[in-house]
Ligand binder design. Structure first.
Ligand SMILES: NC(=O)c1ccc[n+]([C@@H]2O[C@H](COP(=O)([O-])OP(=O)(O)OC[C@H]3O[C@@H](n4cnc5c(N)ncnc54)[C@H](O)[C@@H]3O)[C@@H](O)[C@H]2O)c1
Length: 246
């Protein structure tokens, strides 16, 4: 069924149990992907591979290393899901359409992810200048960021697994690849010098099309945001190193 595919979305593997972090799945899922991916690449040698299995950034590094594919052809769904949760939440609060909210979550798809508030806008208006009856405050934005970051824990506690929103996010990514949209989406590729980060995968806005995902060379960030991106990269690097990959 995989033979000759243009896009392969990989979701095989153990999932989080209530209270478990994504990083705790790393060992088991690295073994599963290491045996699965080479066979998939053999059957669909031209495909773009999208890694959803958690911890998705660590699994993207594992996948890229075991397959040897160019980083742009094997990337994680990253923070596309988290970003859609963020946009929905901000849109509800501001009373506008989600399509009018421009805000991205970057970094690990997990506990160290964060929104780029410095460039977030509603229409063309910076989020902190949004002229609603009750303007946003930094404290409220911080609360929203935590809510979005921890949404998966709440969903897993409630119904045992997250499935609908990630399905929509994967469909969005597949659509961008299949239609060669060159859509800018926060997916997770193994970086090579972007924001001074190399050898780990994490999400930054990237151009997604038929050839895969190419991270933007630079996204404007404050010094504090740059620091958080590096802290996120460090957390992913530590998890990759703990796997002792060859
Ligand atoms: N990146 C994201 O945003 C995101 C969102 C939701 C779920 N996930 C992750 O996706 C993964 C799957 O979650 P789920 O809720 O579908 O779990 P699930 O337990 O319902 O499904 C896992 C599937 O993997 C299959 N599988 C296990 N080992 C395999 C192997 N060696 N070869 C082939 N198939 C194998 C199982 O048969 C099962 O069908 C988990 O790691 C989960 O954490 C990621």
């Amino acid at each position: 069924m995989v033979d000759g595919s243009d896009v392969v979305v990989v979701t095989a593997g153990a999932k989080q149990q209530p209270g478990q972090t994504r990083m705790e799945l790393a060992g088991t899922n690295a073994r599963i992907l290491s045996s699965l991916l080479p066979a998939l690449v053999e059957r669909a040698p031209e495909a773009v591979f999208v890694i959803v299995t958690n911890p998705a950034d660590v699994m993207t590094v594992v996948g890229q290393r075991v397959t040897g594919l160019p980083p742009q052809r094997i990337f994680g769904s990253g923070t596309v899901l988290d970003t859609s949760r963020l946009r929905w939440r901000l849109a509800q609060r501001a009373g506008v359409s989600t399509a009018s909210v421009h805000a991205d979550i970057v970094g690990e798809h997990g506990d160290t992810e964060f929104p780029l508030w410095s460039t977030a806008t509603i229409g063309p208006v910076p989020i902190l200048d949004w002229p609603g009856e009750e303007p946003f405050t930094s404290q409220e934005l911080d609360r929203i960021a935590v809510e979005v970051r921890d949404a998966a824990y709440a969903v897993i506690r409630g119904k045992g697994a997250t499935n609908l929103a990630i399905g929509v996010s994967c469909a969005r990514i597949a659509e961008a690849v299949l239609h060669d949209e060159r859509a800018v989406l926060p997916v997770s590729t193994v970086l090579d010098g972007v924001h001074g980060i190399s050898g780990v995968a994490l999400s930054v806005p990237s151009v997604v099309g038929a050839d895969g995902a190419v991270p933007l060379a630079r996204t404007p960030m404050t010094t504090a945001e740059e620091e958080r991106l590096h802290a996120s990269a460090d957390a992913i690097r530590a998890a990759v190193d703990a796997l002792a990959l060859g």
